[in-house]
Write a protein that binds this ligand. Structure first.
Ligand code: AMP
Length: 170
């Protein structure tokens, strides 16, 4: 399937110089949405994974159906102040700004295997923060899955040495 044909390119959003890869056009395509979830599910079927950790907010959209397909739990990694119980927190820098990611301290038990999911990897700062959260919890980070990778930003260089799955590369 030609996924690039389903992804909308929006120049200068959310600020000048950023070429935003809009996945809402992929999400609303019934065949496209099913295809990307099926691709990821096929890739991870049979692997030992206890949890999918999805990064707010677009990582929720892809991570939750993947967790459902794999028959594993889903953990939300959230923006500041959204979670209600004690959290681990990591500050990180974005392609367009800086932010903070939080995870409930009791979400991952030691040595449980966690796959981190987001829609897109740009500079890698967000995914690296997610990895730090898993490490703080003493869970085992088993890999990353992204729909889109922006290759020229070399975001994967910021990530720990675990397998990375991407479906579309720019
Ligand atoms: P980064 O931390 O730089 O890897 O940024 C990744 C996060 O920012 C992801 O959650 C993306 O949703 C979002 N993002 C960054 N750059 C873009 C872009 N050019 N197009 C769409 N989303 C982006």
């Amino acid at each position: 399937m030609d996924l690039k044909a389903l992804i909308r390119d929006v120049p200068d959003f959310p600020k000048p110089g950023i070429l935003f890869r809009d996945l809402t056009t992929l999400l609303q395509d019934q065949a496209g949405l099913r295809y990307v979830i099926d691709q990821l599910a096929d890739r991870y079927q049979g692997q030992k994974i206890d949890y999918i950790a999805g990064i707010e907010s677009r990582g929720f959209i892809f991570g939750a159906p993947l967790a459902y397909r794999l028959g594993v739990g889903f953990i939300p990694l959230r923006k500041p102040g959204k979670l209600c119980s004690p959290v681990y927190a990591v500050e990180y820098s974005l392609e367009y700004g800086s932010d903070r990611l939080e995870m409930h301290q009791d979400a991952v038990q030691p040595d449980r295997k966690v796959l981190v999911v987001d829609d897109l990897i740009a500079t890698g700062g967000t995914a690296a923060a997610a990895a730090q959260l898993i490490q703080q919890s003493e869970g085992e980070l088993t890999g990353f899955a992204f729909i889109v990778e922006l290759m020229e930003l070399n975001g994967r260089n910021l990530l720990p040495d675990v397998p990375i799955t991407t479906l579309v590369n720019y």
